[in-house]
Design a protein around this ligand. Structure first.
Ligand SMILES: [Zn+2]
Length: 161
């Protein structure tokens, strides 16, 4: 992915790694503090703190396992259902032109947190290659995450759909 070596990625790579898995810590965290956009029975959806693009979401099972091979069918199903809802919310809130959806398994494949499997949803726009430059000049990452979080919560599809 072409954003791999942006300053934000370097910030992630250099940041200290806590002993407790960050994705497990979020399971019991405050939604508003940790930008947890939605919770299901088996998975939750959160904004990536180190986004490739504005609106970069992660779909994460509550279960701490390294690969989708370790998940049961119900969890796999809910992961994809949540992915669909996330795409719908992103479409409604941000009108992206396309998406990258994917899972990195193993450090060599680019997984930052390889012990706890997670699915990336990255909205894409035709002109999004300048996103980092524009952002660096105008807003801080926490402000942007707060704004995006509110927008996606407001546009998250209702369960009766
Ligand atoms: Zn974990």
């Amino acid at each position: 992915m072409r954003y791999l070596w942006t300053p934000w990625r370097m910030e992630f790579i250099r940041s200290p790694k806590p002993d407790v898995c960050v994705f497990c810590a979020k399971v019991h965290a405050d939604d508003d503090v940790e930008h947890i956009v939605a919770r299901g029975e088996r998975v939750y959806v959160t904004l990536n703190k180190y986004p490739y693009n504005n609106g970069h979401l992660l779909v994460i099972p509550y279960e701490h396992v390294p690969s989708i091979e370790d998940l049961d069918d119900a969890t796999l199903l809910e992961m994809m259902q949540m992915t669909n809802k996330a795409i719908q919310a992103l479409r409604a809130a941000m009108q992206p032109h396309g998406f990258n959806v994917g899972i990195n398994l193993g450090a060599e494949a680019g997984a930052g947190i390889r012990e706890h499997v997670h699915l990336h949803i990255v909205p894409r726009w035709a002109a999004d290659s300048n996103f980092m430059t524009i952002l660096a000049d105008t807003r801080t990452i926490p402000q942007l995450l707060d704004e995006t979080y509110r927008e996606l919560k407001a546009h998250w599809p209702k369960d009766d759909a």
